[in-house]
Design a protein around this ligand. Sequence first.
Ligand code: PLP
Length: 413
Amino acid sequence: MSASMSAVGLDVQALRRDFPSLDQQVHDKPLAYLDNAASAQTPLPVIDAIRDHYLRDRSNVHRGVHELSQRATNAYEKARVKVQRFLNAPSYEEIIWTRGTTEGVNLVASSWGRANVRAGDEVLISALEHHSNIVPWQMLCQQSGATLRVIPMNQAGELLQDEYERLLTERTKLVAVNHVSNALGTINPVREMIAKAHAVGAVVLIDGAQAIPHMAVDVRALDADFYAFSGHKIFGPTGIGALYGKKALLEAMPPYQGGGDMIASVTFEKTIYNDLPYKFEAGTPNIADAIGLGAAVDYVQKIGMDAIAAYEAELLSYATEKVAAIDGVRLIGTARHKASVLSFEVVGVHPHDVGTILDREGVAVRAGHHCAQPVMEFYGVAATTRASFAFYNTREEIDQLVGAIGKVKELFG
Ligand code: PLP
């Protein structure tokens, strides 16, 4: 085992060399990038895949008989199959390219929601959701006359499963919950939650934005009806993501947007829509970034999702122990099952001040409400400071975080 090898066998220093952006000084300090839950860094193979597209194959997809268009189409569709296999989805037809998780949720709320949700129905979300898995459902409920219900949580940040069971009735048309909470890191028992929802005939959308970089996701084993995620959380480009949907549901849904590529034929009297998945992909897509996302999926699969999860569990437990031991620091979100997110409060110091001082020490974290204001309200805070880890982070960077929190205390103590 080399000196840079972690206890679970990841050669973190070698992996870090794939991420040139990690190797820089910020305010004359080595960068410790601990804001991965907002956006992860991008490795060279992803950048190369995008660059290759622009350097060699730049053209539109599905439209040209010429060589460049065929190459671009092949790479673009190959990337879709990579995502399909990564999620263990039965068919490429069930993978729809989106701009990210937000668009995936909006697509389902607009298309499936408007076709299936009526006055008197209920949509069930949780107290842990990101705004992007709240607002589209509120909009749907306002438009349809349905009622939005919320699964409550306990102080640790775990959803109350008995309350969930009580809220599930024959009125529940859809359950939308995250797999992992971005604000707290809680891993929700989505497999069990999906089975319970199916028992009352409800359809389930899982917001996978924060699960996808941290663990193996198998939509078949979960029996998820819809699963949405974003490329930039999994070391891919921004502005691209994917939505998995079960074929029978997608086939029965009306299109989300109209335009080119989503049609089989158009006359002024009648349009026949294209087959899946193209029915949901109007207009010229984000070709280069879809290819980049395919490369990101290849990259993490090469490392192995189980190895990533094991290494990050080690990092999280090290960070939790170190940060919790600092006098005057309160951890926010202490669920038994967590992914690598550490939200905390330095009591008496505004999180924006904490974030700014940490930045001066070279430590990049997120300070804010994390697009989860109801979670902040639950804990009686306006914002938290959140450190979030990826497989390329190290114990030394966590020590740097701990030292920087010490600086905050010195300045505000
Ligand atoms: N859901 C969760 C749990 C998230 O953490 C995020 C992003 O932070 C989103 C949804 C929205 O993702 P995007 O902005 O990439 O659409």
